[in-house]
Design a protein around this ligand. Structure first.
Ligand SMILES: Cc1ncc(COP(=O)(O)O)c(C=O)c1O
Length: 403
């Protein structure tokens, strides 16, 4: 058995299942209203019909093995999307060198570390805290030690790269950033990204930027910035040490298609392609064809955002009179600072209002004397509008009993 496996913690949803199982209901069963889950970060809006039609029309393509590096048509569509979306200069990215399809960002975020960590050199992998738990597993299974940089309310849930000591940067081989953040919704500014790129040049580490929520934002004129954009702006036109992770799961409501990509530093992409040849997670040909359609279209993405804008506006209007909360920068989560312990809050809301939210401490670790997930819950506004509104009203009712 690989001894590193024992470092893997139960996934947050397993902990949540246990918490819910431990609930004693007053009448032996949950209250009468229907259950509403705000706990799972799975998009629930409809998948675009033109993509589903495209899958149906191309099923016969299943009779060939896909290329690990993906068809050039897909890599070109991705390159064009990145160039448009992040206003990169024409030809800054070459589809043959800078882009690689992956079967969802999850497997890529996980396997990436195994490809790049030098185990012989007491490696550190830096990651946000709270976080997407895959980063932690990736660190352990690649033989690195995780280092958590806390993102707290005081810093608007953003990383403070200045607060990280030189000895940490010296051991850092890879840093995961998540922008927009899960669960915080905070977007790292271009200036901060440029600062990180400068640090990566100074200390020679890789920046893995998880940008899978980048297309869920609320101001059409102000989309979240991305790492490649920042790299170009500060003159790192080869994208040295910079890799971004993107996905159709949230952007296009296609989580089951398992379609994403990594892009950036050509040398890293080359090494990762070699790794992936063995890894064996090539994207099925049908999904490649359907992905091209999805990356080529922005209208469905805009319509998707409009649904989130409406839900956030309604939920914030309901809850803001009873609790301090504001619109996140982006993404589909509300990261609520709870007036009581987060596990207790989640348990009570479930027991009394039949709404499930995720305790923040299930998404974080105690580190440097604090656990930044404590006293927070994550609410994913993925359910239909009416359900989100009903859930918000029930949470309000519960909050009023605490005052
Ligand atoms: C922060 C973050 N990164 C990556 C993923 C993985 O998404 P996918 O594998 O569907 O691209 C998720 C999924 O919830 C996520 O929340």
């Amino acid at each position: 058995m690989n001894p590193d496996l024992k470092n893997l913690q139960p996934y947050p949803f397993e902990k949540l299942k246990e918490l819910k199982a431990s609930c004693q209901f007053e009448n032996g069963e949950p209250p009468l209203e229907e259950h509403i889950a705000l706990s799972i970060g799975e998009p629930k809006h409809e998948a675009p019909k033109f993509v589903l039609d495209c899958i149906a029309d191309n099923l016969n393509k299943i009779n060939r093995y896909p290329l690990t590096k993906g068809d050039i048509e897909l890599r070109t569509a991705i390159t064009n999307w990145l160039t448009r979306r992040f206003k990169l200069s024409t030809n800054a990215l070459d589809p043959k060198k800078h882009v690689l399809p992956v079967t969802g960002t999850r497997e890529a975020l996980f396997s990436f570390a195994q490809c790049f960590i030098d185990r012989t050199d007491t490696p550190l992998i830096l990651m946000p805290n709270p976080f997407y738990q895959i980063y932690e597993g990736a660190a352990y299974l690649s033989g690195a030690e995780p280092y958590f940089y806390n993102t707290t309310k005081e810093s608007r849930y953003l990383p403070d790269f200045d607060a990280i000591e030189e000895t940490t940067w010296q051991r850092c081989q890879l840093i995961y950033i998540c922008t927009p953040g899960n669960p915080t919704g905070s977007v790292i500014s271009k200036q901060q990204l440029i600062k990180l790129i400068e640090l990566s040049k100074q200390y020679d580490f890789i920046i893995a930027s998880d940008e899978c929520y980048s297309e869920i934002y609320f101001d059409e004129n102000n989309p979240p910035t991305g790492l490649l954009e920042a790299a170009e702006e500060c003159g790192n036109t080869n994208f040295n040490n910079c890799i971004v992770f993107h996905s159709l799961s949230k952007r296009s409501n296609l989580p089951g298609m398992r379609s994403g990509f990594v892009a950036g530093d050509a040398q890293l992409i080359k090494a990762y392609l070699l790794y992936r040849t063995y890894h064996g997670c090539a994207m099925p040909p049908v999904h490649q064809i359907a992905s091209i359609k999805a990356w080529d279209d922005e209208e469905h993405v805009k319509q998707n955002r409009e649904l989130y804008v409406k839900k956030f506006a309604a939920v914030i209007e309901i809850l803001s009179p009873v609790i301090d909360l504001s619109m996140p920068d982006a993404g589909f989560y509300l990261w609520l600072n709870t007036p009581i312990n987060d596990e207790k809050f989640a348990k009570e809301i479930y027991k009394k209002q039949n709404v499930t939210v995720l305790p923040g401490s299930y998404l974080s670790r105690a580190y440097n004397g604090t656990n930044p997930g404590e006293n927070h819950v994550r609410m994913a506004l993925v359910a239909p509008y009416d359900e989100c509104v009903t859930a918000a009203k029930r949470i309000k009712e519960y909050l009023q009993t605490l005052n």
